[in-house]
Design a binder for this molecule. Structure first.
Ligand code: MCF
Ligand code: FE
Length: 402
């Protein structure tokens, strides 16, 4: 048994003063250190520096580990320019080596990320994702709008997904990613959704990321028109927006971005039981705009996206960006919302038994240390986001990794 104590523990939206947690793989009890020691006299004591806060480990629901070695390769500022640069540099982006992918996992770990959702486009990240200490929801991607390539694209998806299913464990959860409405043929979408349903796998998809995507799906015009004509040789979108959304009607899905969704569409996502990954820095880098989180009713997480559209996978960098981007929302209210968007909310979205500190939950913790004593408990969420570059200690399933 272990006992960890800190000046503050984040429990059910509140910062509880001077308590301790008894834990092994899961949390056994939360009480004063003295009471816990009376229960578990042989427990190992883990101390934390003054002004430390124990948070549930953070969960980054959307990252592309395979796109970790293209820091100065891709073009930013406009989505279609970025997408063209992905296509032009396909050989470079699809050959990320293990050390770059391990560094990506390690960077997340150091910022307190104890679980993440990885979009696997090629399957080259499989070993890294199996061996990383974090819990991984491994989203096998299906993509390809070309009718003539349906069988090949499906076979590749099925092969990668089945392979990943062989490694399923508490820490490694195979899942399905449908890349997007503009890039994936209807037949592939329906087959992948059926596969996910039959195998009870989580589902994710990029949705309404850029203004151009919206225009292409609804009017078959705009900058996607030029792109599709020149790169792919087609003049009509693979799906309409309505038929794409309908395909997910009875399958709760984690939709990525949704920056260009209307209020009505955002409401519909809530009604259908879907959730959203909000990637503020990626949206800025790719010229996509701001998700009006004040209009979002569905549960949403804050996520980094990949190094394909970001400069770090540090969750605190992302939270600080979100704090600046959504300047209309009162600062303290937003800070609390953001902390929940990387703890309890993503845990629920992924169905993981973590994300809150309570008995029976998995012992995934991120301990951060504030530079000084906070003047009031109401300030701690904000100070945490502003002052933390890296976690002080990180535990996953009761084991210390940082
Ligand atoms: O989330 C960002 C931007 N939106 C869409 N896709 C990607 C992102 N980062 C990497 N991607 C990948 C995606 O998974 O880029 C490819 C897919 O494999 C684009 S489609 C050829
Ligand atoms: Fe993405």
């Amino acid at each position: 048994m272990n006992i960890i104590e800190a000046d503050y523990i984040y429990i059910q939206g509140e910062y509880i003063n001077r308590k301790a947690i008894a834990f092994d793989k899961t949390i056994k009890a939360i009480d004063t250190k003295e009471n816990l020691l009376a229960l578990y006299p042989d427990a190992t004591i883990h101390t934390t520096p003054p002004n430390s806060v124990i948070y549930p480990g953070f969960i980054n629901t959307h990252v592309h580990i395979e796109f970790s070695s293209n820091k100065t390769t891709l073009t930013y500022g406009s989505f279609i320019k970025w997408l063209s640069s992905v296509m032009t540099n396909a050989s470079k982006t699809s050959s990320c080596d293990n050390s770059a992918m391990e560094n990506a996992c390690n960077e997340m770990l150091k910022s307190g990320i104890t679980g993440f959702g990885a979009i696997s486009s090629y399957g080259v990240d499989l070993n890294v994702c199996i061996n990383t200490p974090q819990r991984v929801v491994y989203f096998n991607e299906i993509v390809g709008s070309n009718e003539g390539m349906i069988d090949i694209n499906y076979e590749s998806f099925e092969y990668r997904t089945k392979l990943s299913q062989k490694y399923a464990s508490d820490n490694f959860i195979p899942a399905v990613s449908i890349h997007s409405a503009y890039s994936t043929h209807k037949t592939l979408i329906n087959k992948a959704i059926s596969y996910a349903k039959e195998n009870k796998l989580l589902l994710t998809a990029h949705l309404l990321e850029s203004p151009g995507e919206r225009e292409w799906l609804t009017n078959a015009s705009g900058d996607f028109y030029e792109f599709y004509k020149n790169f792919i040789g087609v003049e009509k979108p693979a799906n309409t927006l309505d038929e794409f959304l309908k395909a997910f009607d009875d399958t709760p899905t984690h939709f990525i971005h949704c920056v260009q969704a209307t209020k009505k569409e955002l409401d519909m996502l809530k009604v259908k039981g879907h959730s959203i990954a909000h990637c503020p820095r990626s949206n800025r880098m790719l010229g996509c705009g701001r998700l009006s989180i004040e209009d979002v009713k569905a549960p949403f997480s804050v996520a980094t996206d990949g190094l394909s559209s970001n400069w770090s996978l540090n969750i605190f960098d992302e939270l600080r960006a979100a704090l600046m981007m959504h300047y209309h929302i009162p600062l303290h209210e937003l800070s609390v919302q953001l902390i929940n968007s990387v703890t309890s909310i993503p845990a629920k979205i992924f169905g993981l038994n973590c994300g809150i500190i309570a008995p029976q939950k998995l012992s995934d913790f991120c301990i951060i240390t504030l530079p000084d004593t906070p003047v009031s408990l109401e300030e701690i969420a904000l100070w945490t986001i502003l002052h933390t570059k890296e976690a002080t200690k990180v535990y996953i399933g009761g084991k210390q990794y940082v």
